[in-house]
Design a protein around this ligand. Structure first.
Ligand code: FE2
Length: 284
């Protein structure tokens, strides 16, 4: 087996060529992929042809599969939908190939860290392209190590050791600081985290879910968060992934955020998602 690792942008991400993910990995291949994952944060494998089982088997290269605990937002899911570690990210309202586990339907999504509003967020999100749109629907992924490094030193020093409230309100989609958070899922997390493998520090806030810096005056918290969101969403640290059928895209939620651009609602978009379970984030 010979792998080629090619960076996809100066900011973040690499494409790995020469691998059929249906085949079992040997120790050397597994080591090479893990090293690339820790170096590049975002990995792309193109031209794959994966069943659900093959995708989840590959995901276990990175750890234990994440359980589904999130309610489907756009399509009513049967009660047993959450028994599966797999979810379809799709705008298709029929249950067809999604088995009633469809979620995150149409439109754009702002930058966010997946499941950061839980005590133990998933570390990996893995998406496989089954149907893609002719335009739009890009997955944007931003490098949170670089964001941390780009925070002005005096501000970074002031924020060290602080915590933020991460919130996901399923009824409102985007968090509006100051709203009544009753019924929303939330958890206090470090504002900066240290990656347990690389030892590097990463910014851990995002515009969709971070409601406030805890213990700080609201106006000041809002102003600082706005500044941090702009740093986190700087185009210079973002890679835009344009989907093709057969793409397997995965990223590390501990040191990246991601977003989605809008796409034609009349076209069908189906991505099969699974995750890898994590450990509690550690203060930087
Ligand atoms: Fe997401």
């Amino acid at each position: 087996m010979s792998l080629t690792i090619k960076p996809v942008s100066p900011a973040i991400g690499a494409e790995i060529e020469g691998l059929d993910l249906r085949e079992p990995l040997d120790a050397a291949g597994r080591g090479a992929i893990l090293d690339a994952f820790h170096e590049y944060i975002l990995l792309l494998f193109r031209g794959q042809d994966l069943t659900e089982d093959q995708q989840t088997t590959f995901a276990t290269t990175f750890g234990e599969l994440g359980k589904r605990t999130v309610g489907a937002r756009f399509v009513k899911a049967p009660k047993d939908a959450y028994a599966s570690p797999v979810m379809m990210v799709t705008n298709r309202s029929d249950e067809g190939p999604t088995g009633g586990t469809a979620s995150f339907g149409d439109g754009d999504m702002w930058f966010h860290h997946d499941t950061c509003f839980y005590p133990v967020p998933n570390i990996v999100t893995m998406l496989y392209g089954i149907e893609v749109t002719s335009q739009g629907g890009l997955t944007r992924v931003s490098n949170m190590y670089r964001a941390y490094d780009n925070i002005p030193g005096a501000l970074r020093d002031r924020l060290e050791g602080r915590t933020v409230l991460q919130v996901y309100d399923y009824n409102r989609y985007r968090i509006d600081p100051g709203v009544d958070l009753e019924g929303a899922r939330s958890h206090s997390q470090p504002i900066f985290v240290t990656h347990p493998v690389t030892g590097k520090k990463a910014l851990y806030v995002n515009r969709t879910m971070t409601a406030c810096i805890e213990g700080m005056d609201k106006a000041e918290s809002d102003a600082i968060l706005d500044e941090l969101f702009d740093i986190a969403e700087d185009d210079r640290i973002v890679h835009d992934h344009r989907w093709r059928v057969g793409d397997l895209l995965m990223w590390d939620n501990r040191c990246s955020t991601h977003a989605r651009t809008d796409f034609p609602g009349e076209e069908s978009r189906v991505l099969r998602r699974c995750t890898v379970a994590g450990k509690e984030p550690v203060h930087a």
